[in-house]
Design a protein around this ligand. Structure first.
Ligand code: BEZ
Length: 231
C-alpha cells in the first residue's frame, strides 16, 4: 500500500480517542489540523512533547488549528498517561489522542517501522482546511520535536496563501530578504521581465516583496511569544 504524500487528501480514518470517536478528516473540515504520532506512552521524550504541545494549545487555536495525538498504545494506556501528566506535571492535555493498538491508523499513514514494531514512528502531518496534506515531518525516536517550528509552518502556510507567495528560510527573520516573502518564479520570458520591473529582485528568479508591516510584525511577535510560553 502506498503512503499519503504532500498534496494528497488526508485518508479517511475513524478511531477511538481519549475524547471519544474521531472521524478524520471530516471532523476538522474548515480547520487546519496537526496529527502527531509519538513512539509510545510513558516514555520521557514523548512526555516532554505532550507538555510542550499542551502549553501552546491556545496558540494553535489562534491559527484555527486543532491538534490530535496518535500512537499504537491502547486508549486505556493513553488515559493513564495523560492522568499521570496532569497529576505529576500539572498539565492537562487539551487535545484528543487516538488509541491504535492494532496499528490500523498508523499503517495507513506509514507510521509503522518494520525494525521497531512496538513503537509508532515520531511524525507530524499538517493538514489544511480542505483536508489536503501540506507537510509531513519524520523524526528519530531520540529527538523531540520543536513545536514552535510547527506553529511557524502553519503561520507560514497561511501568510503564503494570503499573499500568493512562498516563505523564505527562518521567516520572518530571513538573512537575505528580512521579513519579505518570495515571489513565485516566472514561467515565461515576459513574466520574467515583469518581475524585474514590479518587485525587488536579485535576479528574475529571486524576487521578493513586502507584506503589510503589521502582518510581519504580528507574525514576529506571535512566534517570539510562542517561543517563551507561560503556563
Ligand atoms: C522517548 O520518547 O523517550 C522514546 C521513545 C522511544 C524510544 C526512545 C525514547
Amino acid at each position: 500500500m502506498g503512503f499519503p504524500l504532500i498534496g494528497d487528501k488526508f485518508p479517511e480514518i475513524e478511531a477511538p480517542t481519549t475524547f471519544g470517536k474521531i472521524k478524520l478528516p471530516d471532523d476538522f473540515k474548515g480547520k487546519w489540523f496537526v496529527l502527531f504520532s509519538h513512539p509510545a506512552d510513558f516514555t520521557p521524550v514523548c512526555t516532554t512533547e505532550f507538555y510542550a504541545f499542551a502549553l501552546r494549545y491556545d496558540d494553535f487555536k489562534k491559527l484555527n488549528t486543532e491538534i490530535i495525538g496518535l500512537s499504537i498504545d491502547s486508549n486505556f494506556s493513553h488515559l493513564k498517561w495523560v492522568e499521570w501528566i496532569k497529576e505529576n506535571l500539572k498539565m492537562e492535555i487539551p487535545f484528543p489522542v487516538i488509541g491504535d493498538p492494532r496499528g490500523l491508523v498508523a499503517e495507513k499513514l506509514g507510521l509503522l517501522h518494520p525494525q521497531s514494531p512496538t513503537h509508532t514512528v515520531r511524525a507530524v502531518y499538517i493538514v489544511d482546511p480542505n483536508s489536503t496534506i501540506r507537510a509531513i515531518l519524520f523524526y528519530p525516536a531520540e529527538l523531540g520535536r520543536n513545536i514552535d517550528e510547527i506553529l511557524r509552518m502553519i503561520k507560514g502556510f497561511q501568510v503564503a496563501e494570503k499573499y500568493g507567495a512562498a516563505i523564505p528560510a527562518n521567516w520572518p527573520n530571513n538573512e537575505i530578504v528580512g521579513e519579505h516573502v518570495i515571489v513565485p518564479p516566472a514561467s515565461t520570458v515576459k513574466e520574467a521581465e515583469e518581475r524585474l520591473k514590479t518587485y525587488e529582485c536579485f535576479d528574475w528568479w529571486l524576487c521578493h516583496k513586502e507584506v503589510p508591516k503589521e502582518e510581519a510584525t504580528e507574525a514576529r511577535k506571535f512566534l517570539e511569544r510562542v517561543a517563551k510560553p507561560t503556563k
